[in-house]
Design a protein around this ligand. Structure first.
Ligand SMILES: C[S@@+](CC[C@H](N)C(=O)[O-])C[C@H]1O[C@@H](n2cnc3c(N)ncnc32)[C@H](O)[C@@H]1O
Length: 207
């Protein structure tokens, strides 16, 4: 609890770590087995990121167990790309993004994988976290500029392992019918496929 005012106004009470873990145990299969890397999660009231980082931590541990080390950079980025959040308050939003990036970097540092600020690994992870963890209001579907909350899918290219294609969508479209959803895609910007480690460098197809 940060203040009574914040509890009253924003319902800001954080879930303790042991409870976060018990809740994630309920979806252990999705998080840690089969095609777990790409299973998507959305935290609609992300707070300072306690659920987001716990989801990422579990996916990273499972990647370590299930994949050869050569694939850890790309798979860890796809894991980041699968985790979404919305948070109303500026400080919590900033903390949520920072804790995600710190978890990602400490995983790679622990394995001696270069991930300094100038590396593609670091920049791609920071870019994906910025795109997926949005400051906004889940109830209205608007971001803090008053625009519709925009997310992206980071689709794998089946015939080209390690490649991703960004596909934007609005948060509102998740609540609409299948038809609206399809129309929303048609109206959206399109991006070229690129290696996931280079996702921060990519341009829109029509730029
Ligand atoms: C009860 S806390 C929970 C945080 C985290 N989910 C947890 O369980 O520890 C609620 C969080 O949601 C945020 N929040 C409140 N209303 C929101 C809204 N309409 N849209 C997005 N975030 C909201 C608050 O700022 C606060 O950080």
């Amino acid at each position: 609890m940060k203040s009574r005012h914040r509890v009253r106004t924003y319902g800001e009470v954080f879930t303790p770590r042991h409870m976060v873990n018990r809740m994630l145990d309920l979806v252990r299969e999705d998080l840690e087995t089969g095609d777990f890397v790409d299973k998507t999660f959305l935290e609609p009231a992300a707070g300072h990121g306690n659920f987001l980082v716990a989801i990422l931590r579990r996916k990273l541990h499972a990647i370590e167990k299930e994949y050869p080390p050569a694939l850890w950079p790309q798979e860890s980025l796809f894991a980041v790309a699968s985790i979404y959040g919305i948070e109303l308050l500026e400080d919590n939003h900033r903390d949520a993004k920072a804790i995600m990036l710190a978890e990602f970097l400490s995983f790679h540092q622990a394995h001696g994988i270069p991930c300094g600020p100038r590396t593609n690994l670091h920049q791609a992870a920071a870019f994906l976290i910025d795109a997926n963890v949005v400051r906004g209001d889940t109830l209205t579907g608007l971001d803090w500029h008053g625009e519709e909350i925009q997310f992206s899918w980071w689709n794998r290219i089946p015939e080209a392992p390690g490649m991703a294609q960004r596909e934007p969508f609005t948060f509102a479209s998740l609540r609409h019918s299948t038809t609206d959803f399809a129309m929303n895609f048609a109206a959206s910007d399109s991006y070229q496929a690129c290696r996931i480690e280079k996702v921060h460098e990519q341009e829109k197809a029509d730029d």
